[in-house]
Write a protein that binds this ligand. Structure first.
Ligand SMILES: *Cc1c(COP(=O)(O)O)cnc(C)c1O
Length: 385
């Protein structure tokens, strides 16, 4: 990713906001995670369009690099990806859903997509389908060790242990659980969940195990398993945000959001800018209007908080963020003109910083980026700059 010099992404005709996706950085992050998780494989979690970066760009690059396990949250996401990653395991975290229709089960079976199941009713529906088809159908079993969202709870685990025939028509690929607070290495919940997971696995038929998410990989060998499930760290979100000193991010940020200056105008002192005149120029000012707004996932609440970057220097965002447009004060940046691209997310404005300004998580900042923003792979020529 380019660290200095004014950056102009290649862009499709008329585009005014571009997310440049650095696939080499994603592959490098995956390799780094593989080295840290030598006990087993490292799966790519590509739900929510690969955390906003574009699953159709990300998944084939990881597949080509050797990644053989992928997770989405929804069946529709998995169906779209299936042809792009032939032969790889592709699993759906949200499972079959409540009262799975025969068409839903058929879609899993016919497209070689594995449900993650954490409810007895779903196990029995899937087992019935397997019996009908005369074929052992693959599943991943999710046990709840503290998240209290999805997964078998203690009572369901008891019932399953007493009725092992439920799993007999099925092919148990992995038993998994999900950590609640892996980004806080000191949180006692980590060790508690690990103990509960080991105890749960002992009550189930023997199967490979899947434990860590991105941050879990950094909890050390006790949290290693047969399959880590990593999303955030692949894309460059810091998996160890509380690590001392200064929370240095071990991953490479793999995207850059750029928005284009559509117009520049000069306004006199006292003049308002944007809806409801929430900002007024304190001096004669030059205002640049960027072609990105809250309909693109550039948060409304960043009004008066955020910054864009021109080359290396911060440019304050001023006035309301509107649906399609955002305004910034370029009075101190005489070099900025129509057609220039300003960085909104990138090496100078990492998602963690924007998230901190908004009181949200960097995951939400990236996954919120909307479909109007063009996702473009960083060209090799760009990367060499
Ligand atoms: C989203 C998700 C992951 C990936 O988590 P990251 O923190 O992005 O690495 C792993 N497992 C489950 C069950 C998830 O829902």
């Amino acid at each position: 990713m380019i660290l200095s010099g004014q950056y102009s992404p290649p862009h499709p005709l008329g585009a005014s906001a571009v997310l440049t996706v650095d696939r080499a950085a994603i592959v490098a992050n995956w390799r780094d995670l593989c080295a840290r998780h030598a006990s087993g494989a490292v799966a790519a979690v590509v739900k929510a369009d690969a955390y906003g970066l574009g699953a159709a760009l990300v998944a084939p690059a990881l597949h080509e690099a050797g990644c053989r396990h992928f997770f989405t949250a929804h069946l529709a996401e998995a169906l779209a990806l299936r042809p792009l990653i032939p032969g790889a395991m592709l699993a759906v975290l949200n499972g079959l859903g409540p009262e799975p229709a025969p068409e839903v089960i058929a879609a899993f079976v016919n497209h070689d997509i594995i449900p993650v199941i954490g409810r007895l009713a779903e196990i029995s529906a899937f087992a019935a389908a397997a019996t009908r088809l005369g074929r052992r159908l693959p599943l991943i079993l999710h046990v709840d060790t503290g998240m209290a969202r999805l997964g078998l709870d203690a009572a369901e685990l008891d019932r399953l242990q007493q009725a092992p025939e439920w799993l007999r028509p099925l092919d148990l690929r992995f038993v998994m659980t999900h950590l609640v607070a892996a980004e806080s290495a000191d949180d006692p919940l980590n060790a508690l969940q690990r103990q509960r997971f080991i105890a749960a696995c002992a009550r189930l038929p023997p199967a490979p195990r899947s434990l860590a998410n991105s941050s879990g990989v950094f909890l050390g060998p006790a949290f290693a398993s047969d399959l880590a499930r990593t999303g955030a760290a692949l894309y460059g979100i810091n998996p160890v945000p509380h690590a001392a000193p200064g929370g240095i991010n071990p991953m490479r940020l793999a995207c850059r959001l750029s928005a284009r200056v559509l117009q520049v105008r000069t306004v006199p002192a006292g003049s308002p800018v944007g809806y409801n005149a929430t900002w007024r120029a304190a001096r004669p000012s030059r205002i640049a209007t960027l072609g990105i707004g809250y309909a693109d996932g550039w948060p409304f609440r960043l009004a008066g908080l955020g910054q864009a970057f021109f080359d290396e220097t911060p440019v304050p965002l001023v006035g309301r963020v509107s649906m399609d447009l955002t305004t910034c004060d370029i009075t101190d940046h005489p070099g900025v003109g129509p057609g220039d691209w300003l960085e909104l997310i990138g090496p100078h404005a990492p998602p963690e910083r924007i998230a901190a300004e908004l009181g949200t998580s960097p995951y939400e900042v990236l996954t919120g980026l909307g479909p109007r923003i063009a996702r473009l792979p960083l060209a090799n020529a760009d990367a060499a700059q």
